[in-house]
Unconditional design. Structure first.
Lengths: 249, 304
């Protein structure tokens, strides 16, 4: 049995489908604009006020804009997949690419590649632009952990987009997926806070941000934290794959 | 080539069977009308054929292969399932390009089908600005993209203006004349009778008829003759002796049910009754269809 891997024509088709939808394309642009923009504005406003003004961990603080950029990444992943559930558009797609696994892997790959590319560029520009305003507290590009944090920022944004895409495929609805993800990511860690002990560290966003901390936190190191986040995204993607393979459309 | 084979196809949703042990073939070179009231199982059958829904049992194949096993199906099968299915946010051209590219069809095919379906001028507009008729044309353009040998069209005349309906009728007949297999579903009898050579009729998910248009009409309607005569009283009496009845129709015409023009003509000649006009009245598809579904309804009502 051959595995239905993505093919160049199907990947190309998925690229056309993403770039031809204004909302999806803008969400991708917003990943960059929000992360870099918020970081730069915040750093310019308070960055050199005092040490730790942007957060206790100076390396993580260099990616403060990610708080907003990740929402755009969720919106990108969700809307890129949700277009298939719009008035049964999936029927058109499957009438052209009947192998559902091939279709699913192609779409997911295209979402991954685009969000990773934009994420990596956003990570680099965010760090460099933000540090311009940090005055005496600026971190050198070559300092400990910076390269890992910049690379990790792109992966983090990609994993956010994939988490949303997988959940959208499962629920067949981007609004439902975002209604679950955004509160979980923006609010839950603050509400539950330290009460849950170290468990909050295992939430997808908290775990993933370990890669941008100087030394990780709690049980999780930078890479193990990102690994935990990858498991969350992988779970959503596997769930989405089952849903796409099994259901009538 | 291009033969659609439906074998014992069944799709159950809970205890209801949308499609119930359906078996028929759709052959190339003719337009097959797929008839039945809304909810008869036409769309479900098409979705099963395209592998979009999973059958509860039975098979639906094209040239002996399941649709889902085709690598680049647009070259073999073009389908219009739902004119609303194109995402409103995309331009018509991008919608078609996304489909074409996935099956390695050249970009010029997009322009060709836009031209062929008469929407080339609005190819750069977003689909949400399209009327239902334009969306139907876009759906047909998508079905024609790969120049397929098999076309499955679900209610393609929905929302089309009279000019569009004539256009699609000609298109279907052209495609069939080129040796393609064309399956067109409709619940509109008048439309189907002008388009189809062959009929597959469904009712409540079951096959009610699978025969040529002519045989269907002959089998499911009673013969009727229209006659104009100078002496209706004598003709009526003569018919009465044979157990036939002369019924007064509009504008001085009379009709006789259950008889042929040949029979009435001979009778009138023997009796020396002057006949001014004598025609076999061909029943419409609609009458034949209603005749069939009425008898089917009785059958299902009588069943325990």
């Amino acid at each position: 049995m051959s595995v239905a891997l993505p093919t160049v024509p199907v990947l190309h088709s998925e690229w056309i489908k993403i770039r031809s939808l204004r909302g999806t394309l803008w969400a991708l642009i917003a990943v960059f604009a929000a992360t870099v923009g918020i970081q730069t504005l915040t750093a310019a406003a308070i960055g050199d006020a005092e040490a730790g003004s942007m957060g206790a961990d100076p390396l993580l603080a260099a990616f403060y804009g990610l708080t907003f950029g990740q929402i755009a990444a969720l919106a990108f992943g969700a809307s890129a997949f949700a277009a298939e559930f719009h008035h049964g558009a999936l029927r058109n797609t499957l009438a052209a690419v009947p192998d559902r696994t091939r279709f699913y892997l192609s779409k997911i790959s295209m979402i991954a590649v685009l969000s990773l590319l934009v994420g990596e560029v956003a990570g680099f520009v965010t760090f460099v632009a933000g540090q311009q305003f940090m005055g005496p507290y600026a971190i050198e590009l070559g300092a400990e952990g910076t390269v890992r944090a910049i690379a990790g920022c792109g992966v983090y944004l990609m994993l956010m987009a994939l988490l949303a895409a997988g959940l959208t495929a499962m629920l067949r609805n981007s609004a439902a997926a975002l209604a679950i993800l955004i509160p979980c990511i923006l609010i839950l860690p603050f509400v539950v806070g330290e009460a849950a002990g170290g468990l909050v560290d295992y939430m997808p966003d908290q775990a993933g941000q370990m890669v941008m901390r100087t030394h990780g936190q709690g049980d999780l190191g930078p890479w193990t934290g990102l690994g935990v986040m990858a498991l969350w995204s992988a779970a959503a993607l596997v769930g989405g794959w089952f849903a796409i393979r099994r259901r009538d459309v | 080539m291009n033969r659609i084979e439906i074998r014992e196809l069944t799709k159950a949703y809970g205890s209801t069977r949308a499609v119930d042990h359906l078996t028929f073939d759709v052959l190339p070179g003719r337009v097959t009308g797929f008839l039945g009231p809304n909810g008869a199982g036409k769309s479900t059958t098409m979705r099963l054929l395209l592998g979009l829904d999973r059958p509860t049992s039975g098979t639906a194949t094209i040239d002996g292969r399941c649709f889902a096993d085709l690598r680049e199906p647009l070259h073999h099968v073009g389908a219009l399932l739902d004119a609303q299915a194109a995402h409103g946010g995309r331009t018509a051209r991008d919608h078609l390009l996304g489909l074409a590219v996935s099956n390695r069809l050249p970009r010029r095919r997009v322009e060709e089908v836009l031209e062929r379906t008469g929407i080339a001028a609005v190819g750069g507009r977003r689909v949400k600005t399209f009327s239902l008729g334009m969306r139907q044309r876009l759906g047909i353009a998508a079905a024609l993209l790969g120049d397929p040998g098999v076309l499955l069209l679900d209610e393609p005349t929905n929302g089309l203006d009279p000019e569009g309906i004539i256009w699609i009728r000609e298109l279907m007949r052209d495609l069939a004349a080129q040796g393609r297999t064309v399956l067109v579903s409709s619940h509109l009898m008048a439309e189907t009778s002008l388009m189809a050579d062959h009929l597959v009729v469904l009712g409540q998910g079951r096959l009610l008829a699978d025969m040529s248009m002519k045989d269907f009409i002959d089998a499911h309607s009673t013969a009727r003759v229209r006659v104009r005569t100078a002496d209706p009283a004598r003709l009526g009496a003569a018919l009465g002796r044979e157990g036939l009845e002369l019924v007064s129709g509009a504008d001085g015409c009379w009709t006789v049910d259950g008889a042929s023009a040949e029979h009435i003509g001979g009778l009138a000649a023997r009796e020396g009754i002057p006949v001014l006009q004598l025609v076999d009245e061909r029943a419409s598809l609609e009458q034949a269809y209603l005749g069939l579904t009425a008898s089917h309804a009785q059958f299902t009502a009588a069943a325990p």
